[in-house]
Design a protein around this ligand. Structure first.
Ligand SMILES: Cc1cc2nc3c(=O)[nH]c(=O)nc-3n(C[C@H](O)[C@H](O)[C@H](O)COP(=O)(O)O)c2cc1C
Ligand SMILES: Nc1ncnc2c1ncn2[C@@H]1O[C@H](COP(=O)(O)OP(=O)(O)O)[C@@H](O)[C@H]1O
Length: 309
């Protein structure tokens, strides 16, 4: 998959089959739309193009506002779309010029001239251009002029997509990974780098890799203990993750940490990817390190049993 960080980097392709959207999480609803553009492209010997927008305008206009939380970071999204076999991903940054185009200019300059759109798969609720005034009606009106075909996504499918995103976000907050992962079509994951902590982990016999996540907008599951699978240095390990403020040791920051089973390596600064499979319990203030250690040993038994090992 080729990635473009600006629409101007893109050179028109033959028989472009295009869809436009945020695709947060690249969940089962999105996958259905992507399967459709792939089928259309295959049938016409064309190439699939996804046009997405990043950063979200609110992230630029109000960088202090940390309320926007997304299921996948832009890099995670690109990785997921690549796995699905999308040919081209155009990531358009928000700009006033881009958002101020009239619907006609946008269709002619961007969709037709820059992308070479032959087929566009789009929902009734998609809006574009100045004041978001452009939509399906404009695309349909100009289709005979520019010779592209418009394929409308049924309203029910659009609603399913919206329902899925909201349900996934809620499920992740509540620790319902069974539901979130079923809606996503793959286990929810986060990616980050291992950083140093307070070295209490080793002291109690459960070293934990502390994960730093660069993207402030990434949605983090609610606090608790989780059964996870972690990819580190191209190897997958099972383990137990902790998200919380460590009330037992009077911690202050919200940590994301993981103890990997059958693992004993120094991995500071390593990139890791952690998949969430099951919520085990909520965060607790335990009475000292001995109690914490005993509780973690119990968590480990439960998680080993969960994974069936
Ligand atoms: C499976 C697991 C369960 C944990 N449960 C709790 C808990 O209930 N309460 C708590 O305060 N900390 C809990 N922790 C976090 C520990 O306090 C933390 O790992 C320890 O302080 C080590 O921190 P360090 O990596 O900075 O050395 C848990 C950690 C793990 C791996
Ligand atoms: N089984 C393991 N699980 C997680 N980290 C491990 C493991 N074995 C060794 N490590 C290493 O130990 C570090 C965690 O040890 P810990 O005492 O908790 O230190 P810190 O407080 O700096 O995280 C990890 O960052 C990693 O480099």
């Amino acid at each position: 998959m080729k990635i473009y960080h600006n629409i101007d980097e893109f050179k028109p392709v033959n028989n472009a089959v295009v869809t436009i959207g945020t695709f947060d999480g690249v969940h089962v609803g999105h996958r259905k739309i992507i399967a459709q553009i792939k089928e259309l492209a295959q049938a016409s010997g064309g190439e699939t193009v996804i046009l997405t927008f990043f950063p979200h305008p609110r992230m630029i206009l109000h960088p202090e506002d940390e309320s926007i939380k997304l299921i996948s970071t832009i890099n995670e999204k690109a990785e997921l779309l690549e796995q699905l076999g999308v040919d081209h991903l155009i990531i358009t940054p928000f700009s006033r010029d881009f958002s101020n185009q009239t619907p006609e200019d946008y269709i002619r300059d961007v969709l037709v001239n820059k992308i070479g759109t032959r087929k566009i798969v789009i929902g009734y609720d998609h809006h574009f251009g100045k004041d978001r005034k452009g939509g399906l009606a404009d695309l349909l009106k100009l289709s005979p002029v520019f010779g592209y075909e418009v394929i409308e996504i049924p309203e029910q499918d659009i609603d399913d997509v919206a329902v899925s995103s909201t349900r996934i976000r809620e499920a992740l907050k509540e620790g319902n990974f069974e539901l979130a992962n079923a809606c996503l079509g793959y286990p929810f994951f986060l990616t980050g780098k291992v950083m140093r902590g307070d070295r209490i982990g080793t002291q109690i016999g459960f070293p934990t890799a502390n994960i730093a996540i660069e993207e402030k907008y990434k949605l983090i599951p609610g606090d608790g203990i989780f059964a996870v699978k972690v990819l580190v240095k191209d190897q997958t390990h099972t383990g137990m993750a902790y998200i919380g403020t460590r009330p037992t040791v009077n911690g202050s920051t919200r940590n994301i940490e993981v103890n990997l089973f059958d693992f004993d390596e120094e991995i500071y600064k390593q990139p890791i990817r952690m998949e969430f499979h099951h919520f085990v319990r909520g965060d607790m203030k335990l009475n000292g390190l001995d109690e914490l250690k005993a509780r973690i040993a119990q968590d480990k038994e439960e998680i080993l049993a969960y994974f069936g090992s």
